[in-house]
Design a binder for this molecule. Structure first.
Ligand SMILES: Cc1cc2nc3c(=O)[nH]c(=O)nc-3n(C[C@H](O)[C@H](O)[C@H](O)COP(=O)(O)OP(=O)(O)OC[C@H]3O[C@@H](n4cnc5c(N)ncnc54)[C@H](O)[C@@H]3O)c2cc1C
Ligand SMILES: NC(=O)c1ccc[n+]([C@@H]2O[C@H](COP(=O)([O-])OP(=O)(O)OC[C@H]3O[C@@H](n4cnc5c(N)ncnc54)[C@H](O)[C@@H]3O)[C@@H](O)[C@H]2O)c1
Length: 462
């Protein structure tokens, strides 16, 4: 039986760098991957979607080019070429990552599906056939999540796409109905609308983008509706039937029943953890009711020397969070630090066009916590860069502590909204208060320069 200092299950955004780091530190390390190196982000998450969203943006720019005084008499979306470019980018990222692993001393990359057979014992069903059992001093679980498919009568028989399978479909759906109106629903919805599909989003929450402030959510809803994307909230599909012409969805919208015909369905209703086949109980690792691995702030599971990182812990499901979990683990294990996930800022960016960059507290959260706050807001119609470049959709919003002037949270809806949010995230981390931001010299006429006006407006309302 082979024995390792460390075994990592899953080559996701935390597992891959962790395997390299531990091996480079001299640990005899194995990384087990059941499918493709790079996990969700590289193969069917961030990388392919952001690559294809760039094509959708190009289609949008061409369609509206006359607005900038450029007349394009005719154009066509070539999905085959878009998918080809997407595959090339994904292959480049995955192959680079795999090569990096293969060229790391002390590191063995094993393709196969792992499951626990004992406290520190793992069996691997090898992709090339056969199986083997290995043991390790320390085990790290980075096995990620997969799409959650709601239990809707008729859905399985009628057929549906998930975010992973739609990325390889070589046709543009005539009418795409999306179940779920959050990250995946909105990014895919706008992308396929721009490729030429009719798009309807069914979100079962009462509030659209319920985690955001209502003014921010309304801004997003407006620019999506302006592109003729239909959005229904408090809407659930209760049955799906296959018809001669496509699919028929029975809907419940705000308590009213109706039907909607469509050509295809995309399920974008959240994710579930890949613990179903891991048999973690054999190792004494506890999971919660939804199957996520229970970890403490140091990412330690309920079993000694077994850790979990990334989406499978039930924390925020972002690539940068999985990566930061890796940083916490290696600092604690290799550098004897005491890093934790407590109070870590969780920035994110919704890659609609315009983007929604978000970090820290929303106004709603700050008020619920009873904080004494000031709220700064600036519409993109008042931002020079937005006016000059011809896209004034969106707004900047910052929540500020009324006494200290520290920035507590930010939402930026706009072109490069994620990048502008990151400027403010740096101010939050560096404790640069809004009064300094108000007078900071930014190059003219960048979006960042509008931060002067954002915070100037705050003092005008005092
Ligand atoms: C469509 C889509 C778009 C996204 N866009 C963004 C974005 O723009 N920005 C962002 O920050 N996040 C985005 N995300 C989320 C991001 O992809 C995830 O948060 C991130 O990939 C999680 O990484 P991870 O390390 O937890 O695991 P994963 O990347 O999911 O990797 C887990 C790996 O474990 C392997 N595995 C599972 N079980 C076993 C087993 N038993 N044995 C061996 N191997 C196993 C899997 O095959 C997989 O390779 C997106 C997700 C999706 C679905
Ligand atoms: N830009 C990014 O960072 C990015 C992009 C894509 C995905 N992701 C990550 O991937 C994860 C999955 O994304 P997601 O959008 O699938 O999940 P999500 O959990 O973010 O949103 C799912 C949405 O579907 C709704 N819903 C659930 N069941 C439904 C049903 N039966 N009918 C209608 N609506 C229903 C929920 O109310 C929710 O709004 C997210 O947690 C996110 O962190 C991130």
């Amino acid at each position: 039986m082979e024995h390792y200092d460390a075994v990592i299950i899953g080559s996701g955004q935390g597992g891959t760098p962790l395997a390299k780091k531990l091996a480079q530190a001299g640990w005899k390390t194995a990384l087990i991957e059941k499918e493709l190196v790079g996990g969700t982000c590289v193969n069917n998450g961030c990388t392919p979607t952001k690559t294809m969203i760039a094509s959708a943006k190009a289609a949008y720019t061409v369609a509206w080019a006359a607005k900038w005084g450029v007349e394009v008499p005719d154009f066509r979306v070539n999905l085959a070429a878009i998918l080809h470019r997407k595959t090339q980018v994904v292959d480049q990222f995955r192959n680079g990552s795999q090569l990096g692993l293969e060229n790391t001393a002390n590191l063995t990359l094993i393709f196969g599906e792992a499951f626990f057979t004992g406290k520190k014992q793992i069996q691997i069903t090898l992709t090339k056939g056969g199986s083997k059992v290995i043991t390790a001093n320390k085990i790290f679980i980075d096995a990620g999540t997969r799409p959650r498919v709601p239990d809707i009568p008729g859905l399985a028989e009628a057929g549906y796409f998930t975010s992973a399978t739609l990325l390889d479909f070589n046709q543009i759906p005539e009418h795409l109905v999306i179940l779920g109106g959050n990250y995946i629903g909105l990014e895919f919805g706008q992308m396929y609308r721009r490729f030429g599909s009719k798009v309807t989003i069914l979100e079962h929450n009462k509030l659209f983008l319920k985690r955001e402030d209502e003014d921010v959510a309304a801004e997003v809803q407006k620019f999506l509706r302006d592109e003729d994307i239909q959005i229904f909230t408090q809407a659930s599909a209760t049955r799906v039937t296959k018809t001669q012409n496509g699919l028929l969805i029975t809907l419940e919208t705000s308590g009213q029943e109706s039907t909607m015909a469509c050509s295809h369905i995309l399920v974008a209703a959240g994710r579930i953890p890949n613990t179903n086949k891991l048999n973690v109980e054999a190792a004494g690792v506890k999971t919660d009711k939804q199957g996520y691995i229970v970890v403490n702030e140091k990412l330690e599971t309920t079993a000694a020397d077994i850790y979990a990182l990334g989406d499978i812990t039930g924390g925020p499901k972002f690539t940068h969070i999985s990566y930061n979990d890796y940083v916490i683990l290696y600092r604690n294990l290799l550098e004897q630090k005491h890093e934790t996930t407590a109070n870590r800022l969780v920035p994110y960016c919704l890659f609609t066009d315009p983007q929604v960059g978000r970090v820290g507290l929303t106004e709603k959260e700050a008020r619920q916590q009873g904080q004494n706050i000031k709220v700064a807001k600036l519409p993109m119609t008042s931002v020079a860069r937005a006016i000059e470049t011809g896209d004034t959709r969106g707004l900047l919003k910052a929540i500020v502590d009324a006494e200290s002037g520290q920035i507590l949270g930010v939402a930026v809806v706009g072109q490069e909204g994620g990048e502008i949010m990151s400027v403010l995230q740096m101010a939050m981390v560096g404790k640069i208060d809004y009064k300094k931001m108000k007078e900071m010299v930014f190059a003219h006429p960048l979006y960042a320069e509008s931060l002067n006006n954002l915070f100037l407006a705050l003092d005008k309302t005092e």
